[in-house]
Design a protein around this ligand. Sequence first.
Ligand code: ADP
Length: 192
Amino acid sequence: MLNLILFGPPGSGKGTQAENLVNHYGLTHISTGDLFRFEMGNDTPLGLKAKEYISKGELVPDEVTIGMLQNKVNSTPEAKGFIFDGFPRTIAQAEALDVFLNEKETTIHILVALDVDDDEIVKRLLNRGLTSGRADDNDEDIIRNRIKVYNAETAQVFDYYGKVDKSVKVEGVGSIEEIFNRLKTEIDKVSA
Ligand code: ADP
């Protein structure tokens, strides 16, 4: 099994690169953002709950997010490994993920972080908002709040896996292919 965390601020290109990584490594992609959008689109109780937070650029509470993630992993027993995208976003989520994977006798092999500066991110997200239909991409205040939450709560997850030498930073500016090659170089070091 190969389990990796695709990490980085909102708009750093995780979704784009996840697609390339799925094709290359045959892993199962789990994006908590996509899962929440699916639930919101269907007006499920989970979706309605998530919307309260997402519309303000805040994090959905850990217990909601962790439960949803575990259900998704458990529903894909045939997976060769997972790309976790947008999860874990807090230390509590990281701890829960470690326990959960441990119970399945597996682990996180690497966290790869896409490094992109704040100004570039705001530009990209506003641009994505023109076509994505995502309300959280259309408003600069919400975007700034997401970046603030990332720096306050999520960035620490990099150090959490750094303590066990699993975190790697990759330059997130360049062509999609260049960035993909940088990611592959790092992932191949742990999966070879
Ligand atoms: P982004 O493009 O900002 O990286 P995502 O598509 O990954 O965003 O997620 C959109 C929103 O869904 C986040 O701003 C957050 O409110 C919520 N969300 C996604 N993943 C998580 C998580 N692991 N924990 C809490 N909230 C989450």
